[in-house]
Design a protein around this ligand. Sequence first.
Ligand SMILES: [Zn+2]
Ligand SMILES: [Zn+2]
Length: 421
Amino acid sequence: MEIKAIRGMNDILPEESGRWRLLEDTTRRIFSLYGFAELRPPLLERTELFLRGIGDETDVVEKQMYTFTDKGGDSVTLRPEATACVLRAVIEHGLLGKDPVQKLYSIGPMFRYERPQKGRYRQFHQINAERLGEDGPLADAETLAMAYDLARSILGREALLMEVNSLGCKECRPAFKAELEGFLASRQELLCSDCRRRMHTNPLRVLDCKVESCREAVRNAPLMDRLLCNGCRDHHGKVLEGLGALGVSCEENPRLVRGLDYYTRTTFEITAAGLGSQNAVAGGGRYDDLLSVLGGPQVGGIGFAFGMERMIMLMGEARHRETGCFVVTQPRPDIELASLALISELRSAGIRTEASPGRSFKAQMRRADRSGYPLCAILGEDEVKTATLTIRDMRTASQIKINRAAVLEEVTSLLADRKGE
Ligand SMILES: [Zn+2]
Ligand SMILES: [Zn+2]
């Protein structure tokens, strides 16, 4: 019997993994420019961490977690998001005691039991960043700029939109919540059953609901921007100023919310053209109370997450171009053996090199072509005798003869020429 993968859990096949690696490498390069370091938490955590860290009335916690009892009788959960895990690690290892500013990122799989659809899976992947211990508006601006930088270097500037909002703070949000609750009460009949319950405990979550009738119901809901206290208004203005100075173009969107209670002030989302209605590739915001909710010090932070599947979908095929040299030999044991020194020399110089020994000349050429190698180095009886090599350009099928001793120089320069095209 054939055993298949679990629904919503995907293999990332070799033809796609190049794009994944490019996204991961770009992330590491850009985030390190901003002084962020990688923290790798485990995939499995105590269930309680997410009940506290996400909130037990969210869809994620109520319906989507992979939770089970392990053999020791503990309730454990495959992580549905990374922030709670990273903050748990920060608290557990006393990182803020060693350095009161922590700038951390993580990359990896998350798990949510959702109905699988295009671009949404039960095992999905995120890039996460958290910046702790800096409460000023320019820390927000820099963090948003880092997210924007990553999106821009992968997707290009034209297709991107960064939207920013402020959700207020403990001082000014209660008045907004009360006003929103009154508004929602007047349109109760339009709300889904979840929202009818949530509108009293956390009305902001209703603004986040994906049910169509709920989206309709909140179309004219009151907005936070009118009710911001002076401190929040000032903070928000300076975030926008900072983004301008960093060369990041953004738009204010007073309807942008994140439904969790501990989100404060700055919140943002990056959307990309070409994804239809699910066009957000990244989102995040400031959370000044989350660390203390999880048992840590009263230290604020700001963070964001990128959905990697969506980024990969948008990257397309074009960016992944193969490089390297395939070594084809006349199928004779002594010549094949002689080719190994050549192969080893090319690889030592950092050139991707493959061969397919023990097969016919034609089969080797076919494999070189199929694997996308731009160059072939051909080694036959004649080449061995004269200490030369034939180099074939796989696209044009033109061939040149070079000195065996000059192989590194020639191959490197030919590959560089192709890269420049
Ligand atoms: Zn405020
Ligand atoms: Zn709803």
